[in-house]
Design a protein around this ligand. Sequence first.
Ligand SMILES: Cc1ncc(COP(=O)(O)O)c(C=O)c1O
Length: 374
Amino acid sequence: MLTATVPAEPLSQDGFRGLFPALREWAWFDTPGSPPLADPVADELAEAIEQWRAGGFEWRVWDAAVEESRELFAELARVAPERVAALASVAEAAATVAASLPPGSIVVSDEEYRSVLYPFLALDPRRNPVIRVRSADGVVRASDLTAALRPDTVLVAVSDTLTSTGARVDWGELTAAAHAVGAEIFADLTQSFGVLRYDLEATPIDYVAVHGYKWLLCPRGAAWLVTRAGRDLSPLLPSWKSTAPPFGYFGGEFDLPHDASRLDTSPAWLSWLGSVPALRTMLRLPAADVEAHCLALARRFAAGAEAQGLRPLLPAQESHIVVVEVDQGPALARRLAAQHIKVTALGNRLRAGMHYFVTEADVDRALAAIPPGR
Ligand SMILES: Cc1ncc(COP(=O)(O)O)c(C=O)c1O
């Protein structure tokens, strides 16, 4: 039941870990791909499926999960719910911003996650040319993006943390330089929000997108776009949600709200039902401890890997995501999976992400299972 009262007391690291049955066997470093399912989310979805099967469900109750989830996300982000739109993916969020841009260039890293690059490449290049920024070592920094700014630049689109490297963005440098030329910033925080802390009121990022299925433990299909106060974008996909409640089901008129909910897209109910207990769980975590714990584990993993002769991609570990170079990554990932150690490896890179449920013992178990490099 969505209205069930969740105990308000904070969750300890042990208590949090205990919510994931998969962790009884697995050391899980693949939250950058997807975390295991948490019990509160599983219970909510199981109850909904049962009610659906038995016929006792009420679709308006399911639909209300979108609003509840918006409020909870806003609480987690410490922004007003009126600034939060409910969408289904980062690609939708980026495409929503892309569709409302004035003419001018867009600066994006060539290494950027494709949901943050392609919506801008789909625009008319004569009106909105995309400047794809590269760097010699493959790690595009805020300084590389700012060097690419032009007087006509209208937007910089960037992810923090980039999943292929674990690199973080210098927000002070980027926001100052972009705003100095009149450009806005679209930030994708899917790979960090929930573990790393942000002060979105104090950091002048114009648009923040987060897909909840990674560090926020939600089912896939619940994503949010935080817009700058007072910025009236147009919905990408106007729908029954673009009318006043009860939402045009019986023929209402096109009537966009004046807050960010005007950008909402048609909701996949099960995703939103599951997002409510996921966000409630995240709200029970001690945010400062979570960040410190995950960063310390990442440093431990990177240092241990380096001591074994593997090369961390970055000279210093910056985030909760570690990327090291290995020989034959996919074969190594399979070997680790056989020992119930979950990582992602693509080509010669192995990626390990630290959520609050990971322990030092997990990190040491993974390091012991990775053969020394040359
Ligand atoms: C940085 C980043 N953004 C977004 C996504 C998901 O994109 P979308 O919401 O468009 O499916 C991922 C998935 O791996 C990601 O790593």
